[in-house]
Structures are given as structure tokens and as C-alpha cells.
Ligand binder design. Structure first.
Ligand SMILES: [Zn+2]
Ligand SMILES: [Zn+2]
Length: 332
């Protein structure tokens, strides 16, 4: 419903009509006029406003600075900024008209600055690219803390529940082992999905509530690619959930975890290490080429190990999982 769109969204649609159907744009125009927003007065500043609105909020100030510098250098909004959000990740290429060298240099300088600015909070403290965002150290820690299942006891454990709607906050909550009535574990190659359900089969079949809050309260999902302590959770689930078939399934998964000679963690599932990403087969039986190049299999492994240590020092997400995910510690 157009009437529910914010002024910003309507202005955005009108400024980027190519993203929407032509009929929709004439309705957008009418709705804007009805709200007293005159589209005939749209100018360079409207374009700037819309571009900034499109980007993550942490980048607002840097983008404002960029456009004000561009304007002082003679830029006009018909020379649009070429940028793309695909699968959530942002690429900024430069200006549409690449013959204006001095303007493009300004943009290139700001692209660098943006990549050093947190997309959530604007901080410039150790910003790293992670998934679809650029995150500072503290936003990174916050993200990983929310992905960590923790505080395991004989009674239960703690996990994070994300918000359903954008105006809500997520929260940490605890679940008792005895609240879990069904366990569903599925595996696709080296990725495992775990769903814990608070309803019995009977309750589930009688219930057809599919509201978001009902699903959130009764179904808890974890994934081996993103949940920290995932395999630790599986191990304790096998102890605390009274079902032989679930125990057997979990035991199969856990006994399949192999030790990795490169990163010194028990983190290989199927053929790839979850932490250093090395292939088990290429470490156990290195290619002849590598043995010749490095002199021996041991030297090749040593080389890969040093590579990993450098990678870990440079890249926070790997370091965090390496240091904190107890699933992969050798003693477990
Ligand atoms: Zn941040
Ligand atoms: Zn490894």
C-alpha cells in the first residue's frame, strides 16, 4: 500500500523510477503531491538525500561529506553515483560519467573512507568487511556474541533471539533442556541445521498458528555455519535429550569431526575445516607439486600453518571463532 510508504521511500521511488513499474511511479507522484511534496522542485539535494537514505545509516555522514565536496567541485546529479546492492552487499563503482576525472577521484577517495567506516555505528575502529557489512571491532563483537550459544548448565543454556520487526530489539533468553520436546537435525554436505521445538508432535499437529511470534517462541533454529558453540550444543543435547535416535544421529556427526593439522582445532567436517577452510584431503595427501615446491609434506604443512596464523591475525571473525568456539577445542 503506497499510503503506508514513508515520505523518504516515496521520494526514493520517484528519484529511481527504473527500479519500479511505470504505472507505480505515476501513483507515487500523485501520492507525493497529495502530501504537499512538489516533485517539480526535486533537485540535486533530493538525489543526494535519496542516495544517503539508501545506504546503511553508519555511512550517512561520510556520504554527506562526499556529496558536499562533489558539489563544490562542480558535480550535478545527472552524473549519478554507480552503486549496487546485490544479495545485500554494497559495491560502489564511481560516477556514471567517468570522463570527469577530478570528480571520480573524489569518489574513489571516499569509497576508501567508507570501507573504513562501520556501516552500523560510524566508528572507524578496526573496520573489517564481514558478510554484507563493514563492521568496527565493537559491532563485530556484538554480532558474534549474539551468534554464541552459551551458559550451558545441567538445566539448560542461553541463546539470542533476533527481533522479528525492525522496530523491536532482540534479546538473550534461556531454555531448559526439559522444555525441548522435539529435535530436528538435518545435514547438507558440511552444513547442519538444528531445530529445537517446544511442542510435542501432538501439539504440533493440532496447532496451525503460523504467526511470527508463535514460530519464534516455539521453534529455535541454529546453524553450524553461523552458530558459535554449535557442536558443543549438539554434544550436550545428546546427553540431555531423552531420545536414542537423536543421540545416535548426534554421535554420528560428532564422531565425523576430524582434527585439523593446520589450525590445531577439531573442526573438519566432511572434507573441509570450518575454521581455516583447508581441505582435509589436500593436507593428508598433499599434491606432488606442493611436495616438490616445498621440499617435503611437513614443510608444506608448516607453510599452510603460517598462512593461517597470518590470516587469523588479520581477520577478526576467524580469530573470534578460533578463540571462542568450544566445539572445536581438542579436549571436548
Ligand atoms: Zn560499529
Ligand atoms: Zn583447520
Amino acid at each position: 500500500m503506497l499510503q503506508n510508504d514513508s515520505d523518504e521511500l516515496l521520494k526514493y521511488k520517484y528519484t529511481f523510477p527504473q527500479k519500479y513499474a511505470a504505472e507505480h511511479i505515476s501513483e507515487v507522484r500523485e501520492e507525493l503531491m497529495r502530501r504537499g511534496i512538489d516533485v517539480l522542485k526535486f533537485d540535486d539535494n533530493t538525489y543526494i538525500e535519496c542516495v544517503i537514505w539508501d545506504f546503511p545509516s553508519g555511512w550517512n555522514e561520510v556520504l554527506k561529506e562526499m556529496f558536499s565536496e562533489l558539489k563544490s567541485a562542480g558535480w550535478k546529479s545527472d552524473n549519478k553515483l554507480k552503486y549496487n546492492f546485490s544479495f545485500g552487499s554494497i559495491t560502489i563503482e564511481g560516477l556514471k560519467d567517468d570522463s570527469k576525472v577530478h570528480l571520480n577521484e573524489i569518489v574513489q577517495r571516499y569509497i576508501k573512507k567508507l570501507h573504513q567506516t562501520c556501516t552500523r555505528c560510524s566508528s572507524q575502529d578496526h573496520v573489517e568487511h564481514f558478510e554484507d557489512e563493514y563492521l568496527c571491532q565493537s559491532c563485530m563483537i556484538e554480532t558474534f556474541t549474539k551468534r554464541t550459544v552459551d551458559d550451558f548448565t545441567d538445566i539448560g543454556f542461553k541463546y539470542y533471539t533476533p527481533p522479528i520487526y525492525s522496530n523491536e530489539e532482540g534479546f538473550f533468553q534461556s531454555i531448559r533442556w526439559n522444555e525441548i520436546k522435539q529435535v530436528r537435525l538435518s545435514q547438507e554436505y558440511d552444513n547442519l541445521e538444528l531445530e529445537l521445538c517446544k511442542l510435542t508432535e501432538d501439539e504440533e499437529s493440532k496447532n496451525n498458528d503460523i504467526s511470527s511470534s508463535f514460530l519464534r517462541d516455539n521453534y529455535i533454529n541454529f546453524n553450524s555455519d553461523s552458530t558459535i558453540n554449535f557442536f558443543e550444543l549438539l554434544r550436550l543435547l545428546a546427553i540431555n535429550f531423552p531420545s536414542e535416535s537423536v543421540k545416535e544421529q548426534i554421535d554420528n556427526v560428532l564422531s565425523g569431526l576430524k582434527f585439523c593439522k593446520i589450525c590445531d582445532r577439531r573442526a573438519i567436517i566432511i572434507n573441509q575445516c570450518k575454521i581455516c577452510k583447508n581441505l582435509h584431503s589436500s593436507i593428508e595427501n598433499p599434491d606432488k607439486r606442493f611436495i616438490e615446491k616445498f621440499g617435503s609434506a611437513e614443510k608444506f604443512i608448516e607453510y599452510r600453518r603460517n598462512n593461517f596464523l597470518e590470516f587469523k591475525d588479520e581477520y577478526f571473525p576467524v580469530r573470534f571463532i578460533y578463540d571462542n568456539d568450544r566445539s572445536f577445542f581438542r579436549t571436548i
